[in-house]
Design a binder for this molecule. Sequence first.
Ligand code: URA
Ligand code: SF4
Length: 206
Amino acid sequence: APTASDALPAQRTLPALRKAAASCRGCDLYRCATQVVFGEGPEDAQVMLVGEQPGDHEDLEGRPFVGPAGKLLDDALAAVGLDRGTLYVTNAVKHFKFERRGTRRLHARPTQPEIRACSTWLRAEVDVLHPRMILCLGASAAQSFQGPSFRLTASRGEVFDDTPWAPWWMATYHPSALLRMPDKDARAAATEAFHADLRKLAQDLG
Ligand code: URA
Ligand code: SF4
């Protein structure tokens, strides 16, 4: 079976990786998605944000976090004084996974094998970028680094120092999880924690 590594380019630059990922057959998700959604941001970014996978809007536009979750993220970043243009924003899984409901395409969770397959690209991005800080948005992104036993409920907001991936590593809520929380009080509390985690990132960035 083909793996993501088969598509890795000899030249490890972000543009070369982005181009190569378009021909990845490392799992089945490329079959139904419109296009690969690779990470974007400056080569000298000190901070890498990692989401789960592109959503419906991202799949159509070919860019990460441009839909409703992206709007929530942009607003939260602005609230703590972080300029999204200075960050590298990517996803653990680079193709949109969905279930069809009539004309709608509903987000479906990537499996651990899909996350593992696509971690080849995420690792390649980390190797090129050498970010000083990595913030994972949600459990899927965190598990791509830490493995399937990582629990967001146990470790959200905790700074991990000197990881193999960056000197500063943290996992927080996924913006979509905040949007989906039905209970108003729970959502308010989680949103406050999300802002506190972003504030911590901004502070430690200095
Ligand atoms: N959710 C994600 O995890 N990533 C995106 O790019 C958009 C929504
Ligand atoms: Fe390759 Fe990742 Fe797309 Fe699967 S989701 S085909 S591993 S780029």
